[in-house]
Design a protein around this ligand. Structure first.
Ligand code: SAM
Length: 351
């Protein structure tokens, strides 16, 4: 189904390239038109730490860290059904839960949680206070990670990872697209792109993608001059397919196959198949781009505190060396790799 995001907005776009280097906090996200090449951002990027992938072994790099905490609603579902939750159902729970956080007016929510907390404190309502502390911690953590630090979308990190690809008007396939953020960032950088987003959770097409803010500015390039240009969701040519990646009818027809937070949801015996999902739809010379969350202390803490929001599915945290080795071992050469704020990123081509 084709879901071009609708006609161009009737009102003037909120930002243009004249606002380059501008950043601003909105109630539910950060606008960031700053260059990723600024020294202030560069400290979050480390590119190409591995010189020769053929010399790396699992003995050197170890295995990923498995996140063991599980969301309460998954546990409740499993008690009720007397069976373990299947992956598709788990993703539908995850997407509905995670989406609620992207649409929150965060400052208003913080004020509400604070008022609630003091109301319960005054009433000596200790049960509610205990419950409320979790909510207060989670909203502050979300404010910091997504809004202040912009670690989830991380436009500057994504631009650093995606730059310099040898493609013109690329066809881009986004596997497990959710709201589709990264494919839109790529489409801004490579104008004229044709994007196919795929997710087997219908809610991603009907809600996560549709409710992605129309006013969010993506910094990209002007196709004629190469100078900076700002794009919005409605500027992109997007088809959103609701289907299982394993059933896609496409051939080797894409210049870029992309996934963000997919590989780490499969145990080692399935990872070769997941790498193959990226390879099988690529034109000769095309690029596979993958990112996965980093294994760092603050990320382990994040998934612990946000367990009820995020942990419906099997999940690992890994290093870029581990991630690159899965990809290298499964027939791809690594063109660029590294880490940005909270994710590892790899750009690879078929060997
Ligand atoms: C962790 S999410 C991607 C992260 C995303 N950036 C977000 O904000 O949620 C992975 C997505 O892949 C989808 N997915 C997982 N397995 C799939 C499959 N076999 N076919 C299609 N979609 C799949 C899930 O429904 C989910 O929306």
């Amino acid at each position: 189904m084709n879901v071009n995001a609708g006609p161009a907005a009737a009102t003037d776009p909120p930002f243009t390239a004249a606002e380059m280097e501008h950043t601003e906090l909105m109630p539910n996200y950060r606008v960031d038109l700053r260059s990723h090449a600024s020294p202030e951002y560069q400290k979050f990027i480390s590119l190409n730490p591995v010189h020769d992938w053929s010399l790396l072994s699992w003995k050197d790099v170890g295995k990923p860290y498995e996140v063991k905490s599980v969301a309460q609603d998954r546990k409740a579902w499993e008690r009720e059904h007397g069976t373990s939750m299947d992956a598709h159902t788990a993703w539908t729970h995850f997407n509905q839960s995670f989406h609620q956080w992207f649409i929150k007016d965060v400052p208003a929510e913080i004020a509400k949680e604070k008022a609630e907390f003091f109301k319960n404190l005054k009433a000596f309502n200790f049960h509610q206070i205990r419950e409320g502390i979790g909510d207060v911690v989670r909203i502050h953590l979300w404010n910091y990670v997504h809004r202040i630090q912009d670690g989830v979308w991380d436009p500057r990190g994504k631009r650093a990872l995606f730059e310099g690809l040898d493609v013109q008007k690329p066809r881009i396939l986004f596997l497990g697209a959710a709201e589709g953020y990264e494919a839109m960032q790529l489409a801004a950088m490579y104008p004229g792109a044709e994007v196919v987003m795929v997710d087997y959770d219908e809610y991603c097409r009907t809600t996560r993608f549709v409710e992605f803010p129309d006013a969010y500015p993506f910094l990209g390039a002007n196709p004629r001059t190469g100078s900076p240009q700002v794009y919005y969701k409605h500027d992109f040519n997007i088809e959103y397919v609701v289907d299982d990646i394993r059933r896609l009818p496409f051939g080797r027809e894409f210049d870029i196959v992309l996934s963000v937070g997919l590989l780490e949801h499969f145990p080692d015996e399935i990872k070769p198949e997941v790498v193959d999902w990226h390879r099988r739809f690529l034109k000769p010379g095309g690029y596979a781009i993958m990112t996965t969350p980093r294994n760092q202390l603050r990320s382990r803490l994040f998934y612990q505190i946000m367990a009820d929001v995020m942990n419906h599915t099997y999940r690992e945290l890994m290093t870029v060396q581990q991630m690159g080795l899965y990809i290298y071992e499964n027939g791809m050469d690594i063109c660029r790799h590294g880490y940005i704020k909270v994710h590892n990123g790899v750009v690879a081509r078929i060997r």
